[in-house]
Write a new protein. Structure first.
Length: 308
């Protein structure tokens, strides 16, 4: 489903009905044909007495809708509006909730919830796609250059090709317990957690200090400009979701893979989250500028480039 080349107007014309969207969602959810979520049987009876079709398994009689088990489950919002939101978020510039509410004509709360659920799906995609090969990890920060107390420390990691260019990138917030407030650095456990959670066990990990890897510098400025220009800045509580959205699009661009089709796939295969889950409190970092690690060399499979 290569739709990245379409304008928004052309996309809306192509997906102008609930039936068209339901058919596309069916294909994204069951690309190899229907499978009952209960018994995995492949044959069903089609029930069309509701807004969206129901599929009744011929074996166990379990009924499921096309949005059950997706981020859209339980949503009264029309599929056409969900699809419009997915398309707009798949664009290189993304879209803010306030602007999304105007474009697809829903309330701000509904637009925010739709966008947040889509980002949740993209985060699930990120979790199952670790960095591989030769991986470089560097500390960066997001925030106001002249106000260190407002900056958020981050770690950026990238799989590098033979030309030392990134093939895949992740940008992550460290856990607050992994930041030394007094000494103002991300401690060793914070980097170890990044390596454990986001890098393949067989990868060769290179830890940089000081000068940022040249390939990461334009990415740092692009993500900063995107967050500030599109959203007028993002606070620490929800920052990670936006970083994952940025990296999702960036990585597909690096791989030359269409964005919308992948985004739709993850939205169709990721269970929904409730508004309460999405808005629950979260520990955030409130430390100023971060200095990298200690001077002691690390042992094991990590190669530390102190002057890289």
């Amino acid at each position: 489903m290569f739709l990245d080349h379409l304008t928004f107007e052309a996309f809306c014309q192509q997906f102008n009905s609930e039936q068209t969207c339901a058919e596309a969602l069916f294909e994204a959810r069951w690309p190899d044909g229907f499978r009952c979520p209960t018994c995995r049987h492949s044959h069903f009876y089609l029930i069309q007495t509701r807004r969206l079709p129901l599929y009744e398994c011929r074996s166990c009689r379990h009924q499921t809708s096309v949005i059950a088990g997706t981020i859209m489950e339980g949503s009264p919002t029309l599929l056409t509006r969900w699809f419009q939101a997915m398309f707009l978020i798949s664009r290189p510039s993304g879209i803010s909730a306030s602007r999304l509410s105007q474009v697809i004509q829903v309330t701000y709360k509904t637009a925010w919830l739709i966008a947040r659920k889509i980002r949740h799906a993209l985060q699930q995609a990120d979790e199952g796609d670790p960095l591989t090969g030769v991986v470089r990890v560097d500390p960066i920060s997001y925030g106001y250059t002249y106000y260190s107390e407002a900056q958020q420390p981050l770690l950026i990691g990238g799989s590098l090709d033979e030309r030392d260019e990134p093939k895949q990138v992740k940008i992550k917030q460290p856990d607050p317990s992994h930041v030394n407030n007094a000494l103002r650095w991300i401690e060793k456990p914070g980097v170890q957690a990044f390596v454990k959670d986001h890098i393949d066990e067989q990868a060769v990990t290179v830890l940089g200090r000081g000068k940022l890897h040249p390939a990461f510098n334009p990415i740092k400025w692009k993500v900063t400009a995107w967050l500030n220009n599109t959203f007028n800045g993002i606070g620490a509580k929800h920052l990670q979701a936006y970083l994952d959205e940025f990296c999702f699009r960036l990585n597909l661009k690096l791989r030359r893979v269409p964005v919308f089709s992948q985004l739709l796939h993850w939205c169709a295969t990721t269970p929904t989250l409730t508004y309460k889950d999405l808005t629950r409190s979260k520990s955030v970092l409130t430390v100023p500028w971060v200095v990298w690690g200690s001077k002691a060399k690390w042992k094991g499979k990590y190669l530390t480039l102190w002057n890289a």
